[in-house]
Design a protein around this ligand. Structure first.
Ligand code: ATP
Ligand code: MG
Length: 337
């Protein structure tokens, strides 16, 4: 039998930018992606905060998570932080955050603290005199695990980072990227893009949890987690679609193919699972499985009007982009970069 070898993955994006739309996506990615200096600023602040917090909680360790660390950040992205408190005592997140909110008043480099009592409570604050915003949670260590899983996906193929950055900008521009207003969190959007890329006839991505269980098991020591991505090589995909083709395909998939009422997105399984009647998925408009905890990361979308707005945006942008093949038709490139 004839076996066709998978083509070698190209080393530059050039092979995936044969059209104007793809070029525009690369242009936006290069202008907006987080810079080394942005990360350095966040890291300096993290280290300083960790040291200061240790004067209150001696065992505290502070981790940068989210798009600052997963390769999917923009210059304007906030810095998500997880404070890990170990030991025998069970820490009530609200109580710890209240203590920290008071303590932060004594720090010269912190301002505008705000305690948010959500399901995962967070303390929001800013670095004084800058526009750098932080979101700090207590012991929500799943965020550390999934940050490094996402980082592995981000670098598994050259197309992932530009593709996701453009989708995030598109969603933000069209006001469907704000979980606090009942639309999609960035995290949900990222999982939606990865799912689309995993379920193409020629997948652009595999399930990394399935292929590298030794890097992503749920109970791995949290200190080992940041090293996981180092052990994962580039995925050799037979899919050679351009960035523009993938963006159009993504919009089309959610505008026409995906069954919101019957399917659950699972990047863990690299497939759409049938929606069962469990409490987790029942009466939910959008079902996206958290890869480690397996709960619904899209639970913020709980109003029909917001769900309809999200679907309408996919349908409208898909139609326009199919006709025009110009990124400006759905996202004003110049105004954004
Ligand atoms: P942005 O660049 O817009 O800030 P982001 O990648 O930081 O995007 P967020 O939605 O702000 O994405 O989430 C930050 C991090 O918090 C995620 O990377 C993830 O680690 C964690 N997180 C967010 N929502 C959930 C959730 N429902 N369950 C588990 N972890 C979550
Ligand atoms: Mg963030």
């Amino acid at each position: 039998p004839q076996v066709t070898a998978a083509p070698k993955s190209p080393n530059t994006l050039q092979a995936y930018t044969k059209d104007k739309l793809s070029d525009q996506m690369v242009e936006m990615f290069e202008a907006c992606q987080q810079q080394t200096s942005d990360l350095a600023r966040k890291e300096t602040c993290r280290a300083r905060l960790q040291k200061d917090i240790q004067s209150v909680y001696a065992v505290a360790r502070l981790y940068l998570t989210g798009s600052s660390m997963n390769g999917l950040g923009c210059r304007s992205s906030d810095a998500d932080l997880c404070l890990v408190l170990t030991g025998n005592k069970r820490h009530d997140p609200i109580q710890v955050l209240s203590v920290l909110q008071r303590f932060f008043r004594s720090l010269s480099y912190v301002e505008k603290t705000q305690l948010i009592r959500a399901k995962v409570p967070i303390l929001k604050f800013r670095e004084k005199g800058s526009d750098l915003e932080f979101d700090l949670n207590i012991n929500n260590t799943v965020g550390i695990r999934n940050t490094f899983l996402l980082k592995s996906y981000a670098y598994a193929d050259l197309r992932i980072r530009p593709m996701i950055l453009v989708v995030k900008k598109w969603a933000r521009h069209n006001q469907i990227n704000d979980a606090s207003k009942g639309t999609l969190s960035s995290y949900t959007l990222v999982l939606m893009v990865l799912h689309y890329l995993q379920t193409l006839k020629e997948p652009v991505l595999p399930s990394l949890q399935r292929d590298y269980p030794e890097c992503f098991y749920h109970l791995m020591d949290i200190n080992m987690v940041p090293d996981g991505p180092k052990h994962i090589p580039r995925y050799m995909s037979r899919n050679q679609s351009s960035l523009g083709e993938l963006l159009l395909g993504f919009l089309k998939y959610y505008a026409t193919n995906f069954s919101w009422d019957k399917q659950v997105i699972s990047i863990r399984e690299a497939t759409a699972l049938p929606k069962n009647n469990s409490q987790m998925w029942r009466n939910k408009y959008i079902c996206v499985e958290e890869p480690f905890e397996r709960n619904n990361v899209a639970r913020a979308v709980h109003e029909k009007i917001k769900f309809d707005a999200i679907k309408a945006e996919f349908a409208k942008s898909c139609r326009i982009l199919q006709d025009r093949k110009d990124l400006n038709s759905i996202l004003p490139v110049r105004a954004i970069i």
